[in-house]
Design a protein around this ligand. Sequence first.
Ligand code: PLP
Length: 382
Amino acid sequence: MQRFQEVIDFIKQQFPGQDFIPLHAPRFAGNEKKYLMDTIDSTFVSSVGAYVNRFEEMMTEITGAKYSVAIVNGTNALHMAMLVCGVQAGDEVLSQALTFIATANAISYIGAQPVFIDVDRDTLGMSPEALQRFLDSNAEKRADGFTYNRTTGKKISACIPMHTFGLPLRIEEIAEICAIWNIVLIEDAAESLGSYIGDRHTGTYGKIGTFSFNGNKTVTCGGGGALVTDDEALARKAKHLTTQAKMPHRWAFVHDEVGYNYRMPNLNAALACAQLEQLPGFLENKRELAALYKDFFATQKITFVAGREATKANYWLNTIILDSPEERDAFLEQSNDNGVMTRPVWELMNRLPMFQHCQHDSLEHSIWLADRIVNIPSSVRS
Ligand SMILES: *Cc1c(COP(=O)(O)O)cnc(C)c1O
């Protein structure tokens, strides 16, 4: 019963004065109220307004990408990214079994089918070796220059790796492989705002990177998303499609294709701008907590997932790896019984009814990790 008491006590010490310690609570300590009041005073609460534009500018400054498009949420940002990159119904998209449901759902919105590739144990993100192995044994490049799945005959048009819990995956190697096979690379960077490989922000290695500003993410605007890209034509197309494909005109309602109502409202963008102003402080705060956890778990002989060398994770959700599914469950039970919110990782995508029929590789590391991962409290501390 006292098995994990020391761990639970340590976590509690990092969040003094709290009876219940959530996994990740938002923190509103900046200009949130002021900017929100601005939008109400100006009446511009909807999809046109100064904060939406400012938000897009801030995202290009933070990520170093040339263009950014604000979107209603991260799931729809992924959908939009695939639409503008030309992923079509009937195509296949390589992704991870170890990811949040949104990645696989967005692929389904296109009418495409996910194929699940294994992850690395140290990054929890797509493994370049596994990707290479899958393509070598299952794919062929045809005369049209595109890659096809030899088993299903379908075109493999995109690859969407995900920077799990903000830990940068081996995206440079993934990008090289995708370039050789002519597969469009889209990064699901929903969890990795503020995570860098050297000086380069995650989400800027593919054609498009997508972000989420949901309530539990490092930075939140209630609900929101964004895509970033260096490709002006793609950015313009995304802006057009997210605003009902309306042709610019002073009064006429003319739309030149089927569009989407995917633009982020100014109300949410106001909150996002206020939050993004605080991002550097949030990151410093979160990295400090991660360092404390890392040192502590070393004394407990429990693996703390610190991430790759020469990368700077945002440590959105801090992650530990228990010895077995039984240990994991014992820790989940004891911590949650004691007011410390902890969670296992998502059920693997290939085990869910709607994705059970999808092709996947051995998923050796994904299965191993799914049995052992636990996320521990990771909020920005005051
Ligand atoms: C949060 C998240 C998304 C998008 O989430 P929204 O709630 O739609 O903003 C997408 N992928 C991953 C991996 C996520 O964690």
